[in-house]
Design a protein around this ligand. Structure first.
Ligand SMILES: C[S@@+](CC[C@H](N)C(=O)[O-])C[C@H]1O[C@@H](n2cnc3c(N)ncnc32)[C@H](O)[C@@H]1O
Length: 221
């Protein structure tokens, strides 16, 4: 997977909008769902918070929400922290570097956007789903969006065409084509349902789809 350190962290914000068609919409729709669910106080855990996009969007929508921004890249979290300080929202955000220990938090909702496709389905995905479930209150919601297995033989090609339309260079496209094949570990809907069920979640309800990227919400049983 990309390392999300050094230069890769520094240029993440300018790169990601060219690599994920619908990136802004995914964040907008995830935020809208959370506002519909939690109009008042809520604590929201962002798993794989990266440079802080989720927190920045959510903090604008509701001034009472509090956040835990978790990531395994210190460089990404450092950039996020700089944004939080600049926007004066840092008092509402707890940074969490590294893996989540069992039941470290009891939150209302977990957001995990564009992360799970980097995690291998060799027990690692199951572990991360379980860790997220453990941090949620009963009936809490998990919003998860990532790359899924292609549903048509031409979907990945269409995705790369869309990336070029978004400004991705020829070299970037070649790099992404290789990465899509070797650096991502997408699952299909059936496997996703199995992973969610094993971690104690109910049936996933779709809320986002843009070519290979799809988002679902699931409730902790
Ligand atoms: C593509 S970025 C997404 C960042 C942010 N969610 C967004 O939408 O812009 C993926 C992030 O997931 C983090 N990541 C990768 N594996 C992870 C794991 N097992 N647990 C938590 N974060 C992880 C990476 O360090 C990186 O910051």
């Amino acid at each position: 997977m990309p390392t999300f350190t050094g230069e890769e962290a520094q240029n993440y914000d300018s790169r990601i909008t060219k690599l994920v068609p619908g990136y802004e919409l995914l964040h907008q729709l995830s935020s809208a769902q959370l506002l519909a669910l939690y109009p008042d106080d809520a604590t929201i855990l962002i798993v794989g918070a990266g440079t802080g996009k989720e927190v920045v969007e959510l903090a604008k929508l509701n001034h009472t929400w509090r956040f835990i921004a978790q990531d395994v890249s210190a460089d990404m979290l450092e950039i996020a922290d700089q944004y939080f300080t600049k926007l004066k929202i840092n008092s509402r955000v707890q940074l969490h570097y590294g893996a989540l220990s069992p039941s470290a938090y009891q939150v209302d909702a977990v957001l995990c956007l564009l992360v799970m496709h980097f995690v291998k389905d060799n027990g690692d995905k199951a572990r991360l789903f379980k860790q997220m479930s453990e941090q949620l209150k009963p009936n809490g919601h998990l919003f998860i969006a990532d790359l899924e297995k292609p549903v048509t033989p031409f979907e990945r090609d269409a995705q790369l065409i869309a990336c070029k339309q978004l400004g991705l260079s020829e070299k970037g496209e070649q790099h992404m084509r290789v990465n899509l094949e070797h650096e991502f570990f997408p699952v299909d809907k059936i496997r996703l349902a199995e992973l969610l069920d094993a971690a104690g979640f109910g049936v996933a309800k779709p809320y986002f789809k843009a070519l290979g990227f799809s988002g679902v919400v699931a409730t902790k049983k």
